[in-house]
Write a protein of this length. Structure first.
Length: 398
């Protein structure tokens, strides 16, 4: 049903259908196996985290309150215990303890741990969707602090120089595409919904888009296109709100501006064309309904995918998301990101040197970075066929 949309996506399926979140889960599985002999309880792990945050070795901090303005206030130790015991984490609870234990070991700045615990305090005090978002954020922190330290995307590596270069470029591209998926989901789904609710003065729903609405939109991407972002969807969310069919909500002028390539990832409020005439938008869409009604995102997704008429209504939304991964955008976006990084430029030179001379063309022996030069013409305009060939060589494109 969505084959035509999937075929427009140039990025390799194995990258689109995976995310660094699941890499974190795999990493933590290994940590759990390695730490089996320690037999640490979550109470011990939570207390250690609070001690790290407070810069002390006394476990009396279990009774201390923590306040981070605009994030959370409460007893971090008790909040962590409640958070860990929340029913929605049945089957995933071990990853909370493992993640917190790893961050206890790697985190050097008490402020970082304070912020992390403040998010947990707030999540403990709020809904399941907020809890799940905090859980995803916790695992993302493990990714940045631990997993990427073991990433092959550095000059030091194993195997031949060419293997290291291709592996390093591939790893960097996976990270970049992960960020692109996040930005594309925000620009395609979340910002339009927030913009609409702001236009009709429904600020409660505007605030619910990121916490609740995202679960439906991300769940649709997972089920319809097998695309996973860095934030897993919580499709069992009992509050199916912060959603709207924004394509039929009178936002034509504003959507055109929001979806311009230069505005990828931006808040709608940061784009003057989106703010212009916004309050002239009439209340044309039903709030908290996206194609089909349902009690949870899972209900809505099931009903959409079970109806050919509903699927036809969904396709334009998926096409809007997929355009960020089509060849005419993603090749240039990825290449420009790569050449901005000195290590990636060095890797590109290695891959370029391995190519047949007929593909390389004339090479200036005095050029310190012939691979980068090969990617751009004299006016520094991207040579798309060359960039496409590079990305295909490292396995990023279909």
């Amino acid at each position: 049903e969505f084959r035509a949309v999937v075929d427009k996506i140039a990025v390799a399926d194995c990258i689109m259908s995976n995310s660094r979140f699941y890499e974190s889960v795999s990493y933590l599985d290994g940590c759990i196996r390695r730490n089996e002999k320690e037999q640490l309880t979550f109470e011990h792990i939570a207390a250690a985290a609070v001690m790290k945050a407070c810069g002390t070795t006394s476990d009396r901090v279990r009774y201390q309150r923590l306040r981070i303005p605009d994030l959370g206030e409460g007893n971090p130790y008790l909040s962590a215990l409640n958070f860990h015991a929340a029913p929605i984490f049945e089957g995933q609870r071990q990853y909370i303890g493992a993640a917190l234990h790893e961050l206890n070991s790697t985190c050097q700045d008490p402020t970082e741990m304070q912020v992390l615990l403040a998010h947990i305090i707030r999540a403990d005090q709020e809904c399941n969707a907020r809890k799940y978002a905090a859980y995803a954020s916790l695992l993302e922190k493990v990714l940045h602090a631990c997993v990427r330290n073991d990433s092959p995307g550095t000059v030091q590596g194993i195997g031949t120089q060419l293997h290291r270069a291709k592996t390093g470029l591939y790893s960097t591209c996976v990270d970049l595409i992960e960020e692109l998926k996040t930005q594309a989901a925000r620009t395609t789904f979340l910002e339009p919904a927030k913009m609409y609710f702001h236009a009709v003065h429904d600020h409660t729903m505007e605030g619910d888009v990121d916490v609740h609405g995202a679960n439906l939109y991300l769940g649709i991407l997972e089920e319809a296109l097998d695309i996973k972002t860095g934030r897993p969807s919580f499709v069992q969310d009992s509050s199916c709100k912060g959603i709207v069919m924004f394509l039929s909500a009178g936002l034509g002028e504003q959507l055109a501006a929001l979806w311009a390539p230069e505005n990828l990832g931006k808040s709608w409020e940061a784009i003057p064309q989106c703010r212009r005439n916004l309050y002239q938008v009439q209340h044309q869409a039903r709030k908290n309904v996206f194609i089909c009604e349902g009690q949870t995102p899972e209900d809505v997704i099931t009903r959409i995918l079970g109806s050919s008429a509903a699927v036809q209504q969904l396709v334009p939304y998926l096409e809007a998301f997929a355009k960020w991964f089509q060849r005419d955008f993603v090749v240039g976006w990825l290449t420009n990101q790569l050449v901005a990084n000195d290590i990636s430029v060095a890797f590109i030179d290695v891959v370029f040197a391995s190519m047949p001379s007929g593909i390389q063309g004339p090479v200036d022996a005095s050029d310190p970075h012939p691979g980068r030069t090969w990617l751009y013409d004299d006016d520094y305009k991207l040579i798309v066929p060359n960039a496409t060939m590079l990305l295909q060589q490292i396995g990023v494109l279909k």
